[in-house]
Design a protein around this ligand. Structure first.
Ligand code: ATP
Length: 489
């Protein structure tokens, strides 16, 4: 960008609490995300992706799929069914323990996750430099799992620390109760307990039960991975923050099967690769990404980290990376009676592989990308809203804008749109002033605008206008597709 371009663009400062409100309204107005069944008053935490949202979400999933499968010769994908034999969820431990501890505030009638209240309290103590007290509470929190009555232990810890609700400051707590997050439904004509099926709460189990099918069909040798993108359902106690916590959402998961004893090395390699993916492939700001190491591990894990993102409402998880040991395959061996061992053909060793899992959510990531990209600035003295999305993520890659809609200019623009649309999603816009049309594209994150003007009629060149700098240059119209292709590599 030249100095003169810089003086044309001035970034305005934005208060973080207003950003969410602006994002929700932009998302609806421009067709990224609508409330589900809105004409009937909507449904809590359910959303529909509109024309631009579904394109952008598809881009996110395609980028993940490409990075995780095409770029790794030893990772293949599957698409397993949402409903599975219910014994799967007994084996995985979800029926017995996919519970969240909930607690209610009698005064405000609001509901919270008891574990989240304590974790946030520990974080706050650490931030305030009260490290000794933080360590003491952390120790007590870890001891909850061993307590004869875990609910009571959580409740007592909340009272002992005088923890208040973060949003209201109230703390008129009820006892803690466990709540199973799985949605149940009945399969078949008669609804009774014998035909209960669950909507899967994670995509991972569809991968574990297909371990041997995939290994045999794809002639895979350990280490190898299976990737999957699909819907998951959780009856979340605390919903909200737009698409951050939904009851129906989409996961992008990969389970990497390794020889026992090599899992930590594999874990570290995946940890690095996944973190860099957000920066190198999606273009997220490095400063907004954070690591969180789990001190309290799930029963199946021997190491776990989260990648967190600085959302306008706080730093929250977007991906979990877990070393899941041989827990899942061993459980499926136990419950199904089928041997889940792997036989190493060269050494004749038999073992149940260990698993390193990378698990992210495309909806949460969508919100992270939107909030990372949202900017307000002033160009040539006029305010504008811009989504500074990476060209790879942006739903529309380029706009074709004829200065005049009629005659040869319009025809040339038509041909350009037709040519580009063979490979890219482009928009054609011939209504309103050129400045207004640029702003319409800035607001949906279109990285490039191609303007067909008077000079185009003389020498077949067009103006490329760059979204971020608002700077312009001329290129040969015949090179437009090549130009775009190079920006999307
Ligand atoms: P949280 O602690 O926020 O509930 P989690 O640790 O239960 O998340 P995982 O089970 O590790 O989440 O799921 C992996 C990913 O799936 C998360 O990092 C997130 O991106 C996504 N995810 C999980 N629950 C939801 C949800 N209710 N809505 C949207 N995305 C979700």
């Amino acid at each position: 960008m030249s100095n003169s371009d810089q003086s044309r663009v001035q970034t305005a400062s934005l208060s973080p609490d207003k950003v969410m409100h602006k994002l929700v309204s932009l998302a609806k107005r421009r067709g990224f995300i609508f409330p589900s069944s809105e004409i009937y008053g909507g449904l809590s935490s359910c959303f529909d992706y509109g024309p631009l949202g579904s394109e952008m979400k598809k881009n996110i999933k395609d980028l993940w799929w490409h990075s995780m499968t095409r770029r790794h010769a030893n990772i293949v994908g599957i698409d397993a069914s949402i409903m599975m034999n219910p014994t799967v969820w007994e084996a995985s431990g979800h029926v017995a323990s996919f519970n969240d501890p909930m607690i209610d505030d009698r005064t405000t009638k609001r509901r919270y996750r008891a574990d989240h209240l304590i974790e946030n309290h520990i974080e706050k103590l650490r931030r305030d430099g009260k490290t000794e007290q933080a360590a003491k509470v952390q120790k007590a929190y870890e001891a909850v799992a061993e307590a004869p009555d875990a609910n009571r232990a959580l409740y007592e810890l909340i009272l002992a620390e005088a923890i208040k609700a973060p949003d209201t400051g109230s703390g008129d707590w009820t006892e803690v109760r466990q709540f199973n997050l799985m949605f149940q439904c009945a399969m078949g004509a008669v609804a009774d307990t014998s035909n209960i099926v669950y909507l899967r709460p994670e995509t991972a189990q569809g991968i574990f039960v297909n371990f041997h099918n995939v290994r045999e069909a794809s002639r895979m040798k350990v280490p190898f991975g299976i990737a999957q993108i699909g819907k998951a359902f959780r009856n979340e106690i605390v919903k909200g923050n737009f698409i951050f916590r939904m009851v129906e959402f989409e996961q992008m998961e990969m389970q990497y099967f390794v020889k026992p004893g090599t899992q930590i090395e594999a874990f570290e390699a995946w940890r690095e690769e996944r973190f860099n993916w957000y920066i190198d492939v999606l273009g997220i700001n490095r400063e907004k990404l954070h690591w969180y190491k789990h001190d309290k591990l799930a029963h199946y894990a021997d190491l776990a980290y989260d990648i967190k993102f600085a959302f306008p409402f706080g730093i929250e998880e977007i991906e979990g990376i877990h070393s899941r040991t041989d827990f899942d395959l061993s459980q499926h061996q136990k419950y199904s009676g089928k041997n889940m061992e792997y036989i190493d053909q060269t050494t004749n060793e038999r073992y149940i592989p260990y698993v390193v899992e990378t698990s992210s959510g495309s909806d949460r990531l969508f919100l992270a990308l939107l909030s990372d990209a949202y900017q307000e600035d002033v160009v040539d003295g006029e305010p504008r809203v811009m989504l500074k999305l990476s060209p790879r993520v942006a739903p529309v890659k380029a706009a074709v804008l004829p200065l005049m809609k009629k005659g040869e200019m319009g025809e040339k623009a038509d041909r350009l749109r037709d040519d580009l649309s063979k490979s890219f999603l482009v928009q054609y816009d011939d209504a309103a002033s050129i400045g207004k049309r640029y702003r319409r594209q800035d607001e949906i994150g279109t990285p490039f605008c191609f303007t067909v003007d008077h000079q185009s009629l003389e020498d077949n060149t067009i103006t490329v206008r760059y979204r971020d700098s608002a700077s312009q240059e001329r290129i040969d119209m015949a090179r437009a597709a090549e130009f775009l292709g190079a920006k999307l590599v």
